[in-house]
Design a binder for this molecule. Sequence first.
Ligand SMILES: [Fe+2]
Ligand SMILES: [Fe+2]
Length: 194
Amino acid sequence: MRTAAIQIIKDEHSAISSVLYALRYLVRQMREAAMAPNFPLLRAILDYIVSYPNRWHHPKEDDYLFLAVKRRTKEANALIAALEKEHQVGYPLIENLKQLLLDFQNDRPGAREDFFNLVDRYTELEWQHMRREEDDLFPIAERVLTADDWKEIYAAFRENDNPLFGIKPKEEAERLYRRILTLAPAPIGYASMP
Ligand SMILES: [Fe+2]
Ligand SMILES: [Fe+2]
């Protein structure tokens, strides 16, 4: 169960990373290659981040993985506090990005550069955050958590897909993900995304 639980979280990180990669790629192309902005695609990417990582992935980590580790050891307390803070810092940044995208679309002076700069900041923050979880927290979790802890974490992450709850967030995420792929230009389309 431990391997399966870690695999789900790592798979979610891969999906989130590839969407962030697409976002940064688009910004680079607009900034350096004068590519015309694809507003529906940019909006779909921001919607994906709100509806999946922000609504499901990060909260499940807070409520299950982090909590379980805190129950078993104090050694990761400072690290977990920093990771929890990064979740909180990340949520409003997406709202800021959505607003800046609207401003950019409405030609507000400076909004285009503000959007690009915040995308750089946001993607760096999220990549570093996920790396820190995998490199620093997972090894501690693997060492201190029991089989029952892992069972609970696995169930919590699997529950994201449970139709008994009347919600299927992964289905919604999948739909948005496909929309991103459909709208994306070839270099970040089907060829390079998992
Ligand atoms: Fe996280
Ligand atoms: Fe994570």
